[in-house]
Design a protein around this ligand. Structure first.
Ligand code: PBG
Length: 325
């Protein structure tokens, strides 16, 4: 009771504030998304994601070395497939000499200790821009899951440490886990996008990979933004099916979901601060309306406070430059 208790005593100097701080960002928290494209000598800035680039394979080693030197221990790899290689079944995704498989090898050859997660979904390879196989304007679940398991296997064969299925088909974690076990890949990780919402925050990412859906939307497989209980149902099912890490996506607008799951489950929770969130902050900072660095760190800290163990973010490199001193 005041004045016996005064809240401001613990805030009265920078040192006492540091001593009683509950949460702290570290380079161990981050997973850096990596965009890869075909060709040579290319670093292509994504128009709706200023300061973020797609790299051709020959440019990857420098970027990976930089990330590692900043203390970043995990990457999440996405590829931009060439149009003429896209089809309904995502055939190009299974090519052992495909862009993803080569990217995995390049990253592992550069920094073997870097934990490489790969995106598993059909959309970058799909002529329809959907995460599954399309028939009569429907997204087929079970045939898609078969392809996803093959795709996941080809990533582990190429040297990935784990896969991150972002497709939201039912039962894909189980099929992928069974496939890994039957191959003896007992340590292969599954970081499952468990609570992935049908969000309008993904559009800059779809520019980056040229993967926008050709018709309709993704609401028959991604979750309704209005739902919270369903996030727990999805998550518990993915854990039962063999996921090691579960993910909530997008980030800041879904912080309640991160916090709720953190109270309900034991497994590590990853949060994905998505492309639209990055674009908003960049745009505001370009106008001079916000202090970019301060707002970025405040947002990232909010993820930890909410209970996330890992943060997939386009700010990973920038954040580490600020906090590593
Ligand atoms: C595709 C995928 C998407 C993202 C990650 N994997 C887009 C989508 O579902 O349409 C979005 C990432 C971002 O916006 O940063 N399976």
């Amino acid at each position: 009771m005041y004045p016996l208790q005064r809240n401001r005593r613990l805030r009265s100097s920078a040192s006492i504030r540091a001593l009683v701080q509950e949460h702290k960002l570290s380079s161990n928290d981050f997973i850096a998304p990596i965009f890869v494209e075909s060709g040579q000598g290319k670093q292509t800035e994504i128009a709706s994601m200023p300061g973020y680039f797609r790299y051709s394979l020959d440019q990857l080693p420098d970027e990976i070395t930089t990330l590692w030197s900043l203390g970043i221990k995990g990457v999440l790899v996405f590829v931009k497939e060439e149009d003429h290689l896209k089809d309904n079944k995502g055939t190009a995704a299974l090519n052992p000499k495909g862009l993803m498989q080569n990217a995995i090898k390049t990253i592992k050859n550069t920094v073997p200790e870097m934990v490489v997660f790969t995106d598993v979904a059909l959309d970058p390879y799909s002529s329809y821009g959907h995460d599954g196989i399309v028939e009569k304007n429907q997204i087929l679940n079970d045939p898609t899951v078969e392809v996803l398991a093959h795709m996941a296997a080809s990533h582990i064969e190429a040297g990935a440490d784990g896969v991150a299925p972002s497709d939201m088909m039912d039962g894909r974690v189980l099929k992928i886990r069974e496939c890994f076990e039957s191959n003896g890949w007992t340590n292969a990780l599954i970081m499952s996008y468990s609570a992935k919402y049908a969000s309008s925050f993904y559009s800059p990412f779809r520019d980056a990979l040229d993967s926008a859906p050709g018709f309709g939307d993704k609401k028959t497989y991604q979750m309704d933004s209005a739902n919270k209980q369903e996030a727990l149902t999805e998550t518990l099912r993915d854990l039962e099916e063999g996921a090691d890490i579960i993910m909530v996506k997008p980030g800041l607008p879904y912080l309640d979901i991160v916090h709720y799951l953190a109270q309900q489950i034991q497994a590590p929770i990853a949060v994905y601060q998505v492309s639209g969130e990055y674009a908003m902050l960049k745009a505001a900072a370009q106008q001079g309306w916000l202090d970019y660095d301060a707002v970025m760190l405040e947002q990232l800290l909010a993820f930890k406070r909410a209970g996330a163990a890992l943060i997939a973010t386009y700010h990973a490199k920038e954040a580490c430059r600020l906090i590593n001193h």
